[in-house]
Design a protein around this ligand. Structure first.
Ligand code: HEC
Length: 183
């Protein structure tokens, strides 16, 4: 692919030099066709060629089931992405968050949910970290409300995450299935 691009640039240079010779004018022989060619090459190399590149699938980049897809829609609808990222960068700040994200991890993520803010923790490798019941308790209300809820799995004292107790049973199940699929 990159050889093709190099050949194209070479052909363009020859054409431009030929243009100077043929037109006997630098403006019309070199500058105008040169500028047009640069635009075409820039478009090919930044838009067309990268979109043709085949991204290899990774163990994390698996298709979602119907239920997980519904959960993903709820994740989008409820704005979880505004507080949680799903990306581990190869930098010091992200050390300890698990394996670094690769393009193939997001093969079935459209629109992607990489996120930009970490008001809450990164959720890239959340799946399997907690039991479903932990998530149910946490999503219903992350904070312990009654004394008997102190120390209950999924109750995080002082958490600033909103409560999502209004989700229907089906929506809650789907959201948890999606969260467990983030591995
Ligand atoms: C206003 C910001 C905010 C929003 C919106 C939000 N969260 Fe959180 N989330 C947090 C914070 C802060 C924490 C850390 C405290 C805690 O565990 O409750 C957290 C923790 C979590 C955890 C535990 C992560 C771990 O590794 O322990 C999960 C799972 C989670 N959130 C899921 C969600 C889901 C799903 C949604 C959308 C339905 C959501 N959050 C929306 C702020 C937010």
């Amino acid at each position: 692919m990159y050889t093709a691009l190099l050949l194209l640039i070479l052909a363009a240079s020859i054409l431009c030099l030929g243009g100077i010779y043929y037109k006997r004018s630098v403006t019309f022989g070199l500058l105008v066709p040169g500028a047009l060619l640069m635009i075409i090459i820039a478009f090919l190399s930044t838009a067309v060629l990268p979109s043709m590149e085949k991204i290899p699938s990774t163990p994390k980049g698996l298709p979602y089931t119907e239920k997980q897809l519904l959960g993903r829609k709820i994740y989008v609808r409820e704005g979880c992405v505004y507080c949680h990222t799903q990306q581990v960068r190869p930098i010091k700040t992200d050390a300890g968050l698990g394996s670094v994200s690769q393009a193939g991890d997001y093969l079935y993520d459209y629109p992607h949910l990489l996120g930009t803010e970490r008001t809450g923790p990164d959720l890239s490798h959340l799946g399997g970290k907690y039991e479903d019941q932990w998530h149910r308790n946490h999503l219903t209300n992350p904070r312990p409300k009654r004394p008997e809820e102190e120390g209950m799995p999924g109750k995080v004292p002082g958490s600033i995450m909103p409560a999502f107790s209004y989700l229907s049973g089906e929506e809650m199940d789907a959201l948890i299935a999606y969260l467990q699929a983030l591995r």
